[in-house]
Design a protein around this ligand. Structure first.
Ligand code: FES
Length: 183
């Protein structure tokens, strides 16, 4: 089976053959300038985070020293070294959102999920990340939950949004349970 180098294809490949997926990602970027960051970005897109093992493999295939790759992933906030929870919350701290009270919103998210920025909640449901401008400043303050954007946030609507996500999650697990029971 010949899979191209699109992210979705690589994700499929990575589930079965992670090492081959790393090799393909490295090969995709190896001849361009400033190879390390694009390789690391692709690894994160495909695997969700960058584990020590992925770093070692990427170093092996690219010839870039593993220490160098490690310093990059620890320096840039965009890289994750740990797996994320079921839902990724990204709270914007760009200028417009900052001025519109992103700090207060971040605090209320942390309170609701009981996890700090950069961390995953104990129930593994939410990971909270702080990001730069999400590109919809007129809606400041803004956050995304997975692919969905929520703007004009207040602590009250943050609570509602997260409650809805929680409810949907438990409905889904309840219906999965039904299927399992039925099986
Ligand atoms: S500053 Fe938050 S969306 Fe632009």
């Amino acid at each position: 089976m010949e899979l191209g180098l699109k992210t979705d294809n690589l994700k499929t490949l990575a589930q079965q053959y992670p090492v081959i997926a790393v090799k393909k990602i490295v090969e995709k970027h190896i001849n361009s300038k400033g190879t390390a960051i694009p390789i690391l970005q692709d690894l994160q897109n495909v695997f969700g985070y960058i584990s020590p093992d992925l770093l070692r493999r990427a170093a092996e295939f690219s010839g870039i020293p593993v220490n160098e790759l490690y310093s990059i992933v620890t320096f840039y906030a965009q890289f994750r070294l740990e797996p994320i929870g079921e839902h990724l919350i990204q709270i914007c701290h760009g200028t417009a959102c900052h001025l519109a009270g992103a700090d207060k919103i971040t605090e209320s998210i942390q309170f609701e999920i009981k996890a700090k920025t950069g961390k995953t909640s104990d129930d593994n449901l939410f990971t909270l990340e702080k990001v730069a401008c999400l590109g919809c400043c007129s809606l400041a303050p803004v956050m995304t939950v997975d692919e969905e954007t929520h703007g004009k946030l207040s602590p009250e609507n943050v609570r509602k949004i997260l409650k809805t996500v929680r409810r949907k999650n438990s409905e889904q697990s309840a219906s999965k349970g039904d299927c399992e029971d039925a099986g």
